[in-house]
Write a new protein. Structure first.
Length: 684
């Protein structure tokens, strides 16, 4: 699920420069001021929060705290309260926020723990003058929910600091908040853990460099790190970077070595690829203006942590490819100080599932590889290959595509480990079109500017359920057409199954243009990386023991999650779910409604269709309206308004399922405040 936020804030010059450089079309900044109720709820439900702060030298550092939901929660208007155990000896963010300097001392540095005169005083309340700038990112790795936060440290205190593990209480004033891109987050189950922090080998030097082998191995297996940046002295940002294990690469790790020319060819240098995300580029915008960053790389198995701070360089096009072949955008970090802490984090976790968005690991140009570089096209990560069978044009811009799925060796191995590729009604499929569309980096692409830094990974909602004949051990029945319509307990594809998959999509962008224009006499195979979707977006299939009315609100092709579920929900006379549908549709797409009502018996009579863009002289559209009415649907020739939504069912006895574009979703969430609502965004 995604919460859409009001569009208020402006972009700063660094963000604008990066967006221009990468050819991003103009857009509003979705950051909102203060802490909205929805954001506060999501933070309270998140077991982890990453924090960023500046040390006394103005260097950014990052850390991550938590272990269980509720440790960070709203305590006043626009204020979060934090109550967590933490490493009070070596964690640089905790030191930056809570340590104080003894009177009359210098600012000389000592070994790995900051200035010797700065220390955390047990139970002393810290109230920084002017409030200290900081930022945070709440994150729930089981749901991939995340909220970015920026503001000021108001006050805090640490108790029980003598053993090195403190109980922290902190008040954090929120000035800005934003929902964030979940694409590359790997799902993890998080549990609390009592740390026993110990400074690792190598971190006892002045700057902690070069890294020990233990720290390098942590980087090599990391699939997530947190990065904090700043914009001047007024605001900070904390964000996550996720990917396949090993996506963060060590370019160089040796002692600093100034040569005869005065250049330093030593030190620790890290490089990571910037994947296609929400295209806001707030972190890169900060780095463009102020090229410094702090990182924390957690080890979820051991609770170890690697803290880093250093200078950054944004690498684009040829400069990126020089470090990391086939990367179109990357970031180089020249680390100035590192701190590896064993067992320093108050949580640990285990992997549940890897994101299907993750591209293959891109090794550095200097690394020896056995693979053929030109062959990295996404198929190595495919669990299934999808062969395009048919294309049915429904409207001038919307078509139905049917694929035959054939498992790959990688997919069969995943099956053996329990990661089956059967899908549930209403889930989405993730395709990798890079083998057909990725022709390398181009500096300008006037015909398709959004293709810059495009990984060509696309997600579409599956618009039809699996046939029961393709499955075994499914704990459900089937309808008269042999379609599986219930939510099964165990979904296992038959060994010899080559099931068909259906999507209904609007032509928009390079991937859908490829599908729309493909010559069907020529085979087209697309890699399938996985299936996904929130469990909450599946509707109950029977009235038995359930009095809640399901209200599906759709905009345009946002009806597709319902197309795979409607037959099962409507069911038979003795097993019939409660369903009402509110569907906003442009007149030019009326054929989509005719198609849906014709194919799914009973869907028309439970639907109220709101038709926009209808002109009085459009005779063909009037004929289509008559057809829609004859199929049982109610028709209103105007936009959907608040009363249309809230008059359906009874408050407390209804649940809303919404799938629309951003503008309509924003309005719906305002109308439905206090209602039970789940929704999917077109922007995932």
């Amino acid at each position: 699920m995604t919460t859409l936020t009001a569009l208020h804030s402006r972009w700063h010059p660094g963000e604008q420069a990066v967006q221009r450089m990468l050819g991003v079309p103009g857009q509003d900044n979705p950051t909102v001021h203060g802490l909205k109720q929805a954001h506060g709820y999501r933070v309270n439900a998140s077991p982890l929060v990453a924090f960023g702060a500046l040390d006394e030298y103005g260097r950014p550092w990052a850390t991550v705290l938590g272990g269980e939901a509720g440790f960070c929660r709203p305590i006043a208007e626009n204020v979060l309260g934090v109550n967590s155990i933490a490493d009070a000896r070596f964690d640089p963010v905790i030191q930056a926020l809570f340590a104080v300097r003894a009177a009359g001392t210098s600012d000389a540095k000592d070994s790995g723990m900051g200035p010797p005169e700065r220390r955390i005083i047990d139970e002393e309340v810290i109230r920084p003058e002017g409030r200290k700038v900081m930022a945070a990112l709440s994150i729930d790795l089981e749901t991939r929910d995340r909220v970015k936060l920026a503001g000021r440290f108001i006050a805090g205190a640490a108790t029980g600091t003598t053993p090195g593990v403190a109980n922290l209480q902190m008040a954090f004033a929120i000035e800005e908040a934003l929902g964030n891109c979940p694409k590359y987050l790997n799902k993890k189950h998080i549990v609390p853990h009592v740390p026993t922090p110990e400074l690792g080998a190598g971190s006892s030097t002045d700057d902690g460099l070069p890294l020990s082998q233990e720290a390098v191995e942590l980087i090599s297996k990391a699939d997530l790190f947190f990065i904090t940046s700043k914009h001047g002295d007024g605001t900070m940002d904390v964000n996550h970077r996720g990917g396949p294990p090993g996506f963060l690469r060590v370019f160089r790790n040796r002692k600093s070595n100034v040569n005869n020319d005065g250049a330093d060819d030593g030190g620790l240098v890290l490089v990571y690829p910037e994947y296609s995300g929400n295209r806001l580029y707030q972190t890169l915008g900060n780095l463009r203006e102020d090229p410094v960053a702090g990182l924390v790389i957690p080890d979820f198995d051991t609770s170890d942590a690697l803290f880093l701070t250093g200078r950054t360089t944004i690498l684009v096009a040829e400069r990126a490819a020089a470090y990391m072949p086939r990367a179109k955008l990357a970031v180089r970090i020249d680390v100035t100080e590192a701190r590896f802490v064993r067992d320093g984090l108050p949580f640990c976790g285990r992997v549940i599932d890897y994101s299907p968005y993750n591209p293959p690991v891109r090794p550095l140009a200097i690394e020896k590889r056995d693979d053929h570089e030109d062959g990295v096209d996404g198929t190595a990560n495919a669990i299934v290959m999808a062969t395009l069978l048919t294309r049915q044009v429904i409207t001038p811009t919307i078509s139905r595509y049917i694929f035959r799925l054939t498992p790959t060796e990688n997919g069969r191995e995943k099956e053996k480990r329990g990661g089956l590729y059967a899908w549930y009604p209403g889930q989405h499929v993730t395709f990798d079109f890079s083998s057909e569309l990725d022709h390398g980096y181009s500096h300008m692409r006037d015909d398709d500017p959004q293709s810059l830094n495009d990984d060509f990974v696309r997600t579409f909602t599956v618009s039809a359920p699996l046939r029961a004949a393709e499955l075994v051990e499914v704990e459900t029945g089937q309808d008269e057409n042999g379609m599986v319509s219930a939510t099964p307990g165990q979904r296992v594809l038959r060994d010899d199954a080559e099931p068909e998959l259906e999507i209904v999509v609007r032509r928009h962008g390079s991937a859908t243009r490829l599908l729309a224009n493909w010559n069907l006499r020529v085979p087209l195979e697309i890699a399938v990386l996985g299936f996904g979707g929130t469990d909450d977006f599946r509707m109950p299939l029977s009235n038995v023991g359930n009095e809640t009315e399901n209200v599906f609100v759709a905009g345009g092709v946002g009806i597709t999650p319902l197309l795979a579920q409607a037959a099962g929900v409507l069911g038979t006379a003795n097993k019939k779910g409660k369903l009402r549908v509110l569907w906003s549709l442009r007149a030019e797409d009326l054929l989509l409604a005719v198609d849906a009502f014709t194919r799914i018996s009973g869907l028309g009579p439970v639907t109220k269709l709101f038709v926009t863009g209808m002109s009085d002289d459009a005779r063909d559209k009037r004929d289509l309206l008559t057809t829609v009415k004859n199929l049982g649907a109610g028709v209103v020739k105007r936009r959907m308004v608040k009363d249309d939504v809230l008059e359906v069912g009874e408050k407390g006895m209804r649940k809303f399922f919404c799938c629309t574009g951003p503008a309509m979703m924003k309005a719906l969430l305002q109308w439905m405040e206090g209602e039970e609502v789940v929704f999917e965004s077109f922007e995932y």
